[in-house]
Design a protein around this ligand. Sequence first.
Ligand code: CA
Length: 417
Amino acid sequence: MPLKRRYLMAFAAAIAWLLGSVPAMAEPPPMQDFRAFIASLWPDAKAAGVSRKTFDAAFAGVKPDYTIPDLDLPGRPKVDNTGQAEFTKTAADYLSKPYLEKLAVQGRQFLADHKAALERIEGLTGVDRYTLVAIWGRETAYGSYHPPNDAIQMLATLAFVGKRKDRFHDELIAALVMLQQGVPRLDMKSSWAGAVGLTQAMPTEYLKFAIDGDGDGKIDIWRSVADALAFTARQLEAKGWVRGARWGYEVIAPTHADCSLEGPPDARPIGDWVKMGFKKAGGRPFTKAELSSDAYLMMPAGAYGPAFLAAQNFRVIRLYNTSDLYALFVGNLGDRICGGGDFATPWKSFSQPKTRTVAGIQSRLQQLGFPMDKIDGKIGSNTRKQIGLYEKSNGLPIDCWPSERVLAHAESQAARR
Ligand code: CA
């Protein structure tokens, strides 16, 4: 190939990459490969107690869906999380006040409707009724949202060509066991990630924790609120829920404090935070028991929104769904259902940074010696913290927030090396 032409092609590829329109380098795998993959699952399914009849019926007519996120396909960007509102919406949009208020009003009604069941579940697991109703509200808007996808199709696609094949292989086998146990095939409806039921849980969790919460002799996490919430409570209990404790607290940060103190590694007793000048926002002051319990600082919008001290139960909600905004939504909705209110510090509105910007900052900072857990384009505690530390060490304004400005600065610093 003439040098000039080769140069032009490289240039065109670079432009395509910059525009995010990388042409697919290859077609997705042919159908026969998918069929062979499904056939290869049989020994594991059989070992888990699935009959041949259940296995064949489960996959009848199932084709892979290559349009869902989180797939490892040729031509797909390495970092994409387009499918999760937790990572694509700003805190202000995700924690929308009118939406939270609407769910809180409905939640108080459901709290009354299911009072006896909720009291029983609370007594059994220690998980409070407000958190349980809030999770139900967050996950399916109290059952009014019906996930549109076929869970078997989603899980099979993710186990076949997903980025986390092993995990979804186990979820797929667990889903087959659910069918074997008598769950109707039509109940296996899910989001793209394969979660099912009123509280959107994964099949492996169902097998471990689902119980008959209303005592009618059946487990039905699709139609029985008591069954679904008892199941959720048992999941939270197993993840380390502390009975009688809160998820966390909104705090007012002192003016001299900075957001780079954020994150689980800097957890300390709430009393220490108070000594550092952090104050509880609104309501009564911290109790003695609260002052001695551990919490970490969490500022999901960096310097552009409220600050929180996240306690153990916040970590537990995060284990249910790994996102700061999700856990905060559930915590705040629970508070509102309980009669509590709005955030004391408002969220500033700004546009959400592009995944590519976040991933670019993560990889530059890693190159510059800042410890990054992952280059995933998601704005977690550690990403915000490391940005804050980078800003601090470079004399930049400290906002702990991924921006084009930080990316450009980090790129120029990395280029000097
Ligand atoms: Ca039941």
